[in-house]
Design a protein around this ligand. Structure first.
Ligand code: PHE
Length: 340
């Protein structure tokens, strides 16, 4: 029996030495200590040992069993510690390492200009009123006093979907939609995308405008001057001056085009303003009586002012962008320069 114990002890020693994983260790423990294992088997053989030797042999077997149990316990503890150390090493965080830089996005230059204007005008009691991009002929032309043979209806300018449905060519559609929806008096700005069949360095088939309109009693061109002066000073700097030039729009009478002092040379004359010191930024006027009538309001009771500016054009002037396509090519190297 002693021989047998020695042999098993050697086996256990060798096997535990070789074990590299916890599962192996558990298998070895099972092989020797489980009910059907080698050590309980020794106990079963105790019956065949002569009676007088039995207590001593029994003691030996028990001591062997205790030795094996302690060995496995100890080894398992070591393995568990080692596994924990490995996990700690793998999960270690170097708190002194510099953090990864996450580049935050920012507003597009056209959005910056739009938001600045919305801020300025909502500060003066205007509300934002947005109309649909897909419009019908009535809202884009007829109601705006654009006669059937007006060149603005030419298919070269307008993207038609059907004879009657089109992509709006101007946010002036907002004037009509607002008068149909809101109860006068009111003041709105209507920013949005507009579409025209036009594509060169300063024109893109999709661009942005912002319409502004006021419906109230006894409005005149003088009231418009104050509003547009605020607009110019908001987008450019506080010293920017505005001037009105007579113009023509079917939906305003009188109509004006509004120039601001050149944002580059401040009026001295440079290549941007072609030496004139002035740059045109918007169209405006007192609303034509026909337009007010077309929307069901009495033009003897209500008067209106309207203006419309190209947000892309203003952004280009403000940020010195010389090609409108640079705004839409999606090149972050360009757009990143307008981080505010
Ligand atoms: N809708 C005109 C354009 O696109 C601009 C404008 C708006 C003119 C309002 C007068 C009044 O050119």
């Amino acid at each position: 029996m002693e021989e047998k114990i020695k042999e098993l002890r050697a086996q256990i020693d060798e096997m535990t030495c070789k074990a590299t994983r916890m599962e192996e260790l558990k298998d070895i423990r099972f092989k020797f200590l489980s009910k059907s294992g080698s050590i309980p088997a020794l106990m079963k053989q105790l019956g065949s040992v002569p009676k007088e030797e039995r207590p001593a042999v029994g003691k030996l077997i028990n001591e062997f069993k205790t030795w094996a149990t302690e060995l496995f316990d100890e080894q398992e503890k070591l393995f568990a510690q080692k596994a924990l150390q490995l996990r700690y090493a793998a999960e270690a965080v170097d708190v002194t390492m510099p953090a990864k830089k996450h580049k935050a996005g920012h507003m597009h230059p056209v959005t910056l200009v739009r938001n600045e204007l919305i801020d300025a005008f909502t500060g003066m009691g205007f509300t934002v009123f947005e109309g649909p991009e897909i419009e019908d002929d009535f809202h884009n032309f007829t109601a705006l006093n654009v006669s059937a043979d007006h060149p603005a209806r030419d298919r070269q300018d307008t993207f038609y979907i059907t004879d009657d449905i089109l992509l709006r060519t101007q946010t002036s559609t907002g004037q009509i939609r607002a008068m149909e929806t809101l109860k006068p008096p009111f003041k709105i700005v209507s920013p949005g995308r507009v579409f025209r069949c036009d594509d060169d360095g300063t024109h893109a088939p999709m661009f942005h405008q912002m319409e502004g309109m006021v419906i109230d009693k006894n409005l005149s061109l003088c009231d418009l001057q104050g509003l547009l002066d605020t607009l110019a000073k908001t987008v450019f700097d506080k010293d920017t001056k505005t001037r009105f030039r007579p113009s023509y729009f079917p939906f305003t009478e009188p109509s004006v085009e509004v120039d601001v002092t050149c944002c580059e040379c401040h009026g001295k004359g440079c290549s941007l303003c072609k030496g004139t010191g002035w740059i045109e930024i918007l169209g405006a006027g007192v609303m034509n009586r026909n337009v007010i009538k077309n929307c069901g309001l009495d033009p003897d009771e209500w008067t209106g002012l309207a203006f419309g500016t190209g947000l892309d054009r203003v952004a280009m002037l403000k940020y010195g962008v010389n090609n409108i396509h640079l705004l839409y090519d999606g090149d972050v190297r360009i757009l990143d320069q307008f981080r505010k």
